[in-house]
Design a protein around this ligand. Sequence first.
Ligand SMILES: Cc1cc2nc3c(=O)[nH]c(=O)nc-3n(C[C@H](O)[C@H](O)[C@H](O)COP(=O)(O)OP(=O)(O)OC[C@H]3O[C@@H](n4cnc5c(N)ncnc54)[C@H](O)[C@@H]3O)c2cc1C
Length: 404
Amino acid sequence: MNMAFSDEELAFRDEVRAFLAAELSDHLREGARCTPSVFVEPDIGDEWQRILHARGWAGYNWPAEHGGTGWDPVKRYIFEKECALAGAPALSVLGLKLVAPVIIAFGTPEQQQRFLPRILDGSEKWCQGYSEPEAGSDLASLRTRAVLAEDGSCYHVTGSKIWTTHAHHADWMFCLARTNPDVKPQAGISFLLLPMHQPGISIRPIRTLAGDHEVNQVFLDGAKALVAHRIGAEGQGWEIAKYLLENERGGSCAAPRLLADIAALRAAAMAEPGGVNGAWGHSEAVQLRLARLELEAEALEVTELRILAELKAGRRPGAQASLVKLVSSVLRQKIDEFAVDLYGPLGLQAPSERPLYGNSAPEPVGSRAAQLATPTYLNSRAWSIFGGTNEVQKGIIAKSVLGL
Ligand SMILES: Cc1cc2nc3c(=O)[nH]c(=O)nc-3n(C[C@H](O)[C@H](O)[C@H](O)COP(=O)(O)OP(=O)(O)OC[C@H]3O[C@@H](n4cnc5c(N)ncnc54)[C@H](O)[C@@H]3O)c2cc1C
């Protein structure tokens, strides 16, 4: 595997850097930095998506024939890395990286024309209706029922979805529902797209441990999903759901952002008063911890680059997506734990107001970075749960990689 970038790739990196220097405002950087959650606030994310869209880069992992950049995996990696280093907001994955690849791979030309342009320009927002109160890790046991109307034009969907990220901002939900209860669980599931603004849908906010309103419970009471908006065949939902989950777990490179966050913490440790020679960063214990985090993130980066090489050769990531999801989640949590330790008592602030930037942001005690430590730490507990828990990823690795 050749890990050195070619001249063309280096020129591309410079082009991305120039673009970021010109287009990424302080306001957007501040919004991204002050976000405890994985998802940035819509005002920040929407503005950044508009800028990327105007440059033709919003669909940076999409094929060119559907309005994307058509970049190969290496260019996508360079782009993600430069965005992370520059502190750019992370775009919402729900439309661009979760449902769009499914519509591209399994959708009809009409569905592609209907949905993809609006995902790309951000005019329609999405949420993911997989988990249910009694079906999370064991997703195939889901009970939300979709019954075909007599005239065959639509399904009436009844049940409840939970932990639905940004359902309160969404125009559409991609949803798994049971269309046939009489076959084995996996075979009776279909993948439906349903509009959120209709009478059969209500949303109950769930406030997280960190104080964020990010997730919800969604109640479906005969909500309508057109048959024309079913992706794939009836009963093909499980196959499509797994394709989407593989993209969710391995669809982005996590290491660049983790490395950027570690670098920011190193700088903060050198500025934070205390420890040896007046700054915590000089203390051996702090240096050791930072070095360990950096080594782990660099090892993850090499694994991600190896996966990219395989993707470039036309192979799918498979169980490696689970490996990356597991390792990056553990590392994410270690980094955020380190931040709380670094800032000591000042890092224990847990402001309930959101967002933590802009005119209405609460005044921090000490620095803004210290104020962010606890909300970020608390929010980051979710990393080992969403997209499949650590235990579930370990199960997949044990089965598919180790053959246990
Ligand atoms: C912040 C956040 C955002 C989310 N966003 C979404 C979203 O937008 N859409 C959506 O559909 N879902 C979303 N989820 C839900 C998420 O996918 C589920 O929480 C997750 O799959 C776990 O399911 P569960 O919560 O039902 O836990 P359970 O499946 O009940 O698991 C409970 C515990 O048992 C363990 N366990 C379960 N099965 C096994 C096994 N086979 N082997 C070993 N241990 C096991 C788990 O690891 C866990 O520790 C989100 C979750 C969070 C926290």
